[in-house]
Design a protein around this ligand. Structure first.
Ligand code: NAG
Ligand code: NAG
Length: 353
């Protein structure tokens, strides 16, 4: 809020200096530009959204799940024996060992986990080749941070991966207040994120909201959704799969809406559809980058909760910068800067948009 004031007064002063007849109009344009770039405008819009949702008055423990999902092959449930505040579930592919290692050495490390009361686990299924299966088993024994479910690990099965991850969170990690679902090319500032979450309460479904996305109707598109699967012209607003947060109760209510498959292959869209059915409106959080990558700058990593499209090397650099910076001061308008210069990242087939 301080940053908004700062920018708007700067704009106003500049315009008044020219003694034009329409400084107010310019001022409003400036303000609107600032509000939309920084994401505050969308935060405001999403706050209104909940008015149109039939929000459940009952917050109960979810009823037993009726949809059968494949069994867990690896389930590091002991990791939750003292429940974290924030459970972070990272969808990863078998071949992304380097990305998982980068996360383990940076924001998913023990020091980060301790400082933020978070627990980071990777979600995988069964690799196609026996060599990959053996390598994954070895990795799981070494790190004990892999949830593996018995289905074929493939891009088209990503929705199933998310669903099994949320099921795991609800069954095996009940004490976790929040679940963050993210991908293995996302940098997460766990400390700042948990600080933010500690001030929140109630049913929460937070992230980078996508507002009016139409289903892809061309059968060879990799995000194709048949009219039988979803009939509407637009999906309900949903949070980008690169990083969305569900409070425990919200995850329970969303999973109550689960129906047997087939499901849309785009997992974030499907979570949005389930949330709509559960009456839980997505809430836009400007500091969650969604599909974009923020400028490679320490103040952006300090301000934003996530940045997408990170290479393992970039992740290590971001982490080192953060550690070296300590309590380094960042200007108040830095969110505006980070958003203005953030770059949209092509998901490269990972199934996020
Ligand atoms: C996993 O699935 C395969 C093939 O679907 C099956 O043969 C195997 O028994 C399953 N394993 C477990 C532990 O459920
Ligand atoms: C998804 O997983 C199921 C269960 O293992 C498998 O039968 C199916 O072929 C997988 N889908 C794709 C597209 O790989």
């Amino acid at each position: 809020m301080a940053a908004i004031l700062l920018y708007s007064t700067a704009c106003l002063r500049l315009l008044l200096a020219h003694r034009r007849r329409w400084p107010l109009l310019f001022f409003l344009i400036c303000l609107f530009f600032f509000l939309s770039v920084s994401g505050y405008f969308e935060e405001f819009l999403s706050a209104i959204l909940s008015v149109f949702y039939f929000t459940p008055s009952r917050v109960s423990s979810p009823r037993a799940q009726t949809v059968a999902i494949p069994p867990f092959l690896l389930s590091p449930a002991s990791a939750c024996s003292s429940p974290p505040f924030l459970l972070i579930l990272v969808t990863s592919a078998p071949s992304h060992r380097d990305r998982r290692d980068a996360i383990r050495q940076t924001w998913g490390s023990l020091s980060s986990a301790t400082a933020s009361a978070s627990l980071t686990l990777f979600m995988l299924a069964v690799p196609k080749s026996p060599e990959e299966r053996a390598a994954l088993m070895h990795e799981a024994v070494t790190h004990r941070d892999i949830i593996q479910t018995n289905f074929t690990d493939s891009y088209r099965n990503l929705t199933l991966k998310t669903i099994t991850g949320l099921t795991w969170a609800l069954d095996k990690c009940r004490g976790a207040r929040y679940v963050l679902k993210t991908d293995d090319d996302v940098f997460v500032n766990t400390v700042f994120l948990t600080q933010f979450l500690r001030a929140e309460s109630g049913l929460q479904y937070m992230g980078r909201v996508h507002w009016r996305v139409s289903p892809y109707r061309e059968p060879d598109h990799r995000h194709y959704i048949s009219p039988e699967l979803y009939a509407g012209n637009y999906f309900p607003p949903y949070c980008s799969g690169t990083g969305y947060i569900l409070s425990h109760e919200a995850a329970g209510l969303i999973m109550e809406q689960l129906r047997s498959g087939p499901w849309p292959t785009v997992e974030d869209v499907y979570v949005g559809i389930l949330a709509r059915a559960a009456g839980i409106a997505p809430r836009h959080v400007a500091k969650i980058a969604g599909s974009s990558s923020v400028p490679h700058n320490v103040c952006c990593y300090r301000t934003m909760f996530t940045s997408h499209g990170m290479t393992p090397k970039g992740m290590q650099e971001a982490w080192n910068m953060l550690k070296a910076a300590g309590d380094h001061w960042c200007p108040s308008g830095v969110l505006f800067y980070c958003k203005l210069f953030s770059q949209s990242v092509d998901d490269g087939g990972k199934g996020v948009h």
